[in-house]
Design a protein around this ligand. Structure first.
Ligand code: SAH
Length: 415
């Protein structure tokens, strides 16, 4: 049934019986007392455990704070799995946490008319390092920490029990793995081979998803609110749209279904644009309504500016520019440049849909960057709408790091 290697099972079972303990330095217990689930290497006074094994974390007096999985190869040495000293982090624990996460999303399929959602959003669902996305009857999981890597077969068994999926596919090829000292792993974990494309539905639209080769786990589930905004905003109708960083085109395809006159999709990835072509056909839209440009957005925008081109709507959904706190300044310059060019390409009354998925760039900072871009472009603009990650990508109050996506819809006004 499942692909279970005895190594994982053995080391997970062994880890449960370890008696080791991590003692924190004086004054370093406050984040844990406030239920922040990370213990950084610099906060540890003494102690260690088996790599990937469970360990109790205690304060300087020996008082219990939490228990979590240990990774000596990560700056985040312990990820807290439980705040209860008596709780066993065993197969039943995984099943219960997974069931809770799934139950909390029960409303999403109906309210968004969809068969695709994020079922587990890692730390924010009390499951540090684990992502599970659902695409119809196929689950895609990412194990982003050593602890999750070692519990993988337990997780797969629990997901099979809870959801009876057709397949579970692993896409543990995210950057976060490197910080944990883990190699990328992808492949089938359970069930049938996954089809080349899985069709998902959302709000009267359909999207082909490439689970094996697509970005992330195959689709940008987190942009559901923006897709809805583009489907229903009457200002889109009749407009010329520039869909920059389009990936498989979904934002532009939503605009097209809202009677936009024409959409130009720009992405540096040819396979992404090919997927967009298939998405257009799947939604019975004609290729005449769409143009595909395989290019660097920065260069292409300069080119359009120099040609004096103007658009009614510009959508900017770039990849993450800041991967660490040190990269925030450089990322801010990138966001400023691209938003400045976007403002220059907008007609009076035009709308900029602009996003950032850099967790290190706060919503407040992002708004300031967009403001700076409007000043340099000499455009007055009003924010019509704020975007955030949707309910299946929740943010735990004690873990603000879980928030990463933010966006604005800004209209250029003639003041
Ligand atoms: N808007 C998309 C998601 C975009 S993800 C959606 O809703 O599905 C970011 C995209 O930017 C990726 O498809 C990536 O291939 C593309 N990309 C990254 N850097 C780029 C660049 N400099 N120029 C053009 N495309 C780029």
């Amino acid at each position: 049934m499942t692909i279970v290697t005895s190594f994982y099972v053995t080391s997970w079972q062994e880890a449960k019986t370890l008696k080791t303990e991590i003692r924190l330095k004086p004054g370093r217990d406050k984040p844990l007392r406030q239920r922040h689930p990370w213990v950084f290497s610099g906060a540890i006074a003494e102690g260690s455990a088996e790599p990937g094994g469970l360990v109790n974390v205690v304060d300087k007096t020996g008082a219990f704070l939490g228990k979590g999985t240990y990774n000596p190869h990560s700056q985040i040495r312990v990820r807290i799995m439980s705040w209860d000293q008596d709780e066993q982090v065993d197969a039943e624990w995984w099943a219960q946490r997974l069931e809770g996460a799934i139950q909390r999303r029960r409303h999403i399929s109906e309210s968004h008319q969809t068969n695709a959602a994020r079922l587990v959003h890692a730390e924010s669902d009390g499951l540090p390092g684990l992502i599970v996305d659902q695409y119809d009857d196929i689950l895609v999981m990412q194990a982003l920490t050593l602890g999750v890597e070692q519990a993988k077969s337990t997780i797969v068994d629990a997901l099979v029990q809870l959801l009876n999926p057709r397949s579970i596919y692993e896409r543990s090829d995210a950057d976060a793995r490197q910080k944990e000292g883990l190699a990328y792993r992808t492949g089938l974990l359970y069930g049938e081979e996954v089809p080349k494309l899985v069709m998902i539905a959302e709000a009267n639209m359909v999207y082909p998803v490439d689970i094996v080769k697509g970005h992330k786990t195959g689709f940008y589930l987190d942009q559901r609110a923006a897709r809805a905004g583009l489907i229903w905003n009457p200002n889109i109708q009749g407009g010329e749209i520039l869909n920059a960083f389009s990936y498989s085109g979904s934002l532009g395809i939503c605009a097209a279904s809202n009677q936009a006159a024409h959409i130009t999709h720009i992405d540096s990835s040819e396979p992404a644009l090919e997927l967009a072509r298939q998405a257009i056909a799947a939604n019975s839209q004609t290729e005449e309504q769409h143009t595909f440009v395989a290019a660097d957005v920065f260069e292409q925008f300069r080119h359009y500016r120099d040609q004096g081109r103007q658009y009614d709507v510009v959508i900017l959904d770039p990849p993450k520019f800041a991967h660490s706190a040190r990269q925030v300044e450089r990322a801010a310059r990138g966001y400023k440049d691209i938003n400045l060019l976007a403002f220059q390409l907008l007609r009076p009354g035009g709308i900029l849909y602009t996003f950032s998925c850099s967790g290190q760039v706060s919503a407040d900072l992002f708004q300031k960057i967009v403001f700076g871009a409007s000043v340099d472009a000499e455009r007055d603009a009003q924010i019509m709408e704020w975007f955030d990650q949707p309910a299946d990508h929740p943010v735990l109050l004690s873990f603000p790091e879980g928030r990463y996506l933010k966006g604005l819809a800004c209209r250029v006004v003639p003041f």
